[in-house]
Each structure stands twice: as C-alpha cells, then as structure tokens.
Design a protein around this ligand. Structure first.
Ligand SMILES: [Zn+2]
Length: 347
C-alpha cells in the first residue's frame, strides 16, 4: 500500500492540481479524468512550455485548426501558420500543382479552410522566387528587415495575397520597397483549385519529444492504477520529462516509426494511447490525430522503464480518445474515451 500522504510523483509536494494526461489543448474527453493526485501545481505549471510546443507548432497544431479543437480559452490565440511557439518554427504548408507554370504557394488553414497565406511572392531579376509572409501586426520596419535578409537585388514581378480589409496596411509595408512599387488588383477567383496536393513541414524539437513522453507516461498511470508513478522504475522517464537530458538520450526513451497502429485507420478522428507490460518493460504507444484522412501520423513508442515485477506481465490496454463530430461537442467536452473494442473501424 502507498502511504496516503504520498506527494507529487516529480517533487513530493502535496499541493496537487489536475493533470490532464492527454493534453488539455487537445480537448477534454468523457470518461477520462486524467490524474488527480499525482502532479503538483508547481510541476504542472512547469510543463506548460512542452504542452504548448506540441499544441501550437507541430503537426498537432495543424489538426487542431483543421478539426476546430479550441483547448483552453484564456490562452491567447496563436496562428501556427505565421508564428511558431515555445521555440518551434511556424508550420509550412505548400501546395503544388502539376499544371505547368503554376508555382508552389504557401497555404494557411483558418477554421477548417485552406487558403493562400497572406504573403508576397517575389520573382527577382534572375528568376528566383521568394515568399515573405505578412505576420499579424507586422510593421514596415519588420517587413523591410525580412526583405533585406533575403538579399534580393532586383524585383521582376511580385504577387500579393491578402484580404480586402488588409490592403491599406499591406500598402504601408510595400512602401518600404520604394515609390516605384505599384499595387494592381487582380479579381480572378481564388486559385486554390489549381493545386493538387499539399506538403506540410514543421520542426520537431526536444520539447515536442518530451510532450509525447509525458502523454505516454501520464496516460499509462491513468490506465494502470497499480502504478502510482513515483516508483523507482520510472525515475529516468520522470527526469527526461522534466529536464530532457542530452540529445543522445532521446532515442532511449522515444522511438518513432511511420505506420498506422494495427494497420487500419479508424473511421473517426482521435488519439490512440496504449499501456503495455511485458516480461521486461513498461511501454506506452502514442499516435495523435489518427483518422480517416491519408495523413500519416508518427507512431511513438515510449520506453517508460523496466518492469519491476516479472510475474506481472502480458498487459496491453488500448485506448482511443475519440472526437465527436463538431455538432455533438459540449463546451470543453469534445469527445469520449473508448476502450479497445469500442474503437470504431479500428478492430
Ligand atoms: Zn511537483
């Protein structure tokens, strides 16, 4: 039996706060309450940066926008297509066309709709092509500094993409390029239909890997109540989640591969997390935003520690944090936790 006054699994403090396990910015799920008496308010607060990294600048940031997952209301809304977060880079989505003469173009996703990103594309005198996104509240000085950093010697042609009500502001930015730059209106229909596929790139940082490890560890503890999380076997994963260690360590804790867990895509969107115990190890797998679209999320395998009891093995719990269709969501409750066989279309 654990003593009743056992404290935070990271620091021993007893001022607990609810830990969401599945990150709160991914929504709350019926039938899952997270961890109530394992993580203190201080440690929880310290995890904010790694949570933010995953939710605002990874592939997850894209799917949060795509599926309309809002997360915590009072956090300032950051558009991940203009600005990265917590040290991560912004998401780049570029559409390409097989049609000759249609150049690749940067896209953004707003409320589930892809459109051309607010930007200027410039062809210089040598035919090289550059793109500068117009970030929110960009000043003329900031725009000019970005332009200068590209080393463009002469402009042959440029296209500006923006909404009508943004034109006056964009004009003040372009004025920094000189008085001979003119602005011509082009009333052609939006040209997204000309593109036939899109490529998304983003950068994965150590904070992202730690966020994955934290989801795996905390969900495991929620699914397998006989572990509290403060056991010696978890000491290394705890310290990795808290302080990350050196890059050479990451591979010891988190491995990833390009494959769909179980080989079949579920019919609905959600996050898959497992808790697995074999003879020697405690493991959890995490696959976020797994769904019907032809997008391949990484399947992460997180090594949580050595199994302290060889007699206790052969466990495999599969859970799916399944999103409701938009109309069925109720406030912060955006889905429900499904167990193994309850996952529609997966088994
Ligand atoms: Zn703590």
């Amino acid at each position: 039996m654990k003593p009743i006054d056992a404290g935070c699994i990271y620091c021993g403090d007893t001022n607990f706060s609810r830990e969401h396990g599945m990150l709160r910015c991914l929504g709350e799920f019926e039938g899952y309450e997270g961890l109530l008496d394992r993580v203190c308010a201080g440690c929880n607060n310290g995890f904010k940066k790694i949570d933010e990294q995953l939710c605002r600048s990874g592939r997850e940031a894209f799917f949060r926008e795509y599926l309309g997952i809002e997360g915590r209301k009072h956090h300032g809304k950051v558009n991940p297509f203009y600005r990265g977060s917590a040290g991560g880079k912004r998401i780049e989505v570029e559409a390409v066309s097989s049609e000759h003469g249609v150049p690749p173009i940067a896209l953004e996703l707003t409320d589930g709709t892809l459109r051309e990103r607010r930007q200027i594309t410039i062809i210089d005198g040598n035919g090289h092509r550059y793109q500068i996104p117009f970030q929110d509240k960009m000043t003329p000085e900031q725009f000019r500094a970005q332009f200068d950093s590209l080393g463009i010697k002469s402009i042959q042609n440029a296209d500006v993409y923006c909404d009508d009500d943004e034109k006056e502001w964009i004009r003040t930015l372009l004025a920094t390029l000189g008085s001979d730059v003119t602005f011509q209106r082009d009333d052609r229909q939006p040209s997204l239909a000309r593109y036939d596929s899109a490529l998304m790139t983003f950068e994965v940082t150590p904070l992202y890997i730690r966020a994955i490890a934290k989801i795996a560890f905390h969900c495991f503890l929620g699914f397998v109540p006989r572990f509290r999380g403060d056991e010696e076997c978890f000491s290394e994963i705890r310290s990795f989640i808290q302080s990350e260690g050196s890059p050479s360590d990451w591979g010891r804790f988190v491995a990833c591969e390009r494959k769909i867990y179980g080989g079949t895509r579920p019919a609905t969107w959600g996050h898959l997390v497992t808790a697995e115990i074999d003879y020697s190890r405690l493991t959890s797998r995490v696959q976020l935003f797994l769904g019907p679209l032809e997008s391949e999320p990484y399947l992460f395998t997180v090594n949580l520690g050595r199994n302290p009891s060889r007699n206790d093995s052969g466990l495999k719990e599969i859970r799916f944090f399944e999103y409701f269709p938009q109309a069925e969501r109720r406030g912060r409750i955006v889905g429900a936790l499904k167990h193994g066989l309850g996952i529609r279309g997966l088994v």
